[in-house]
Design a protein around this ligand. Sequence first.
Ligand code: PMP
Length: 349
Amino acid sequence: MQGLERLIGNTPLLAIEYEMQGRQRTIYAKSEQMNFTGSIKDRMALHILRKAYAAGLIHPGDTIVEATSGNTGISFAAVGRALGHPVTIFMPNWMSRERMDLIHSLGANIVPVTRAQGGFLGSIRMAEEMAAQRDDVFLPRQFSNSANVEAHEQTTGPELYWQLRYEGLTADAFVAGVGTGGTVMGVGRFLKAAHSTTRIYPMEPAESPTLSTGCKVGQHRIQGISDEFVPEILHLTEIEPPVDVCDGDSILMAQKLAGELGLAVGISSGANFLAAVKVQGSLGDDAVVATVFADDNRKYLSTDLLRDEPVKSHYLSAGINLVGLRALSRVCKACTAVRDGAQLGEEVT
Ligand code: PMP
């Protein structure tokens, strides 16, 4: 496990400068596409498996079985195979071809689940059924496992906090699209403990506002977020109201980040950037607003991300002029020290 930790987390923080309505602003984004398998979910997969080993909940040779819309499957397949486990992934069959191919290529068994079989909720039910029938199955249960939140509370959050702090900055707000809610809750918990006035915002697709309505409504193209229900680990009462972003606008923004700044990120990263821009619009041009770029664009090459997306009048991306990019240091001894129990505020050199 020691070696895998060097391949996961400790990502650079990007300072993205942009201009909007004649005003210069900056958004900070953790470059999570640089993880082992190209997504933020590696952090959660590694932490859940590490805790399960420590608690004796998983044994060598056990099959890891998870329901996922994609990145989690890729992370558990890679980390699971690296640790010698067979992996079975239940996944809605409308996810991108690349996601399924990647999971296959990592030696995992993939079970596509149709809408008629229950889609995402059906995937979860089928994973539970498989675990009930066998005693050599480990279910990470990313939607209800507090270790998912903890992964971000112990790694993503402290990294972001110290990377900003080395620039003399403190986050006024953090915003992240909700899949399981692990990112927004975990990073949020750390940032709020460090600085109680930091505001934490969940983001959801305008076309499918599950968090605002409490149930599945509509369909959207921001793969990886807003699955069909409000996840158990997401506590909406502890955070700000959801920010909504249009899927077409997110596609255009992700295209812009890649085409103009060379940041080959996925659709949810475009969405997170737009949500951060919206939050900054409400807090002020100088507000320090941070988010994550959850994955890279390679899983979306067969999707609308690579097609011409019509621009609508209410979209934000058309008015955003990307000016420049700085990558802030990722060597973060302080984060490791916090993870290992040092007190917040204690200087670590
Ligand atoms: N973006 C993408 C591309 C994802 O795969 C995920 C995870 N499903 C998220 C965002 C949301 O992360 P979380 O599960 O921590 O809420």
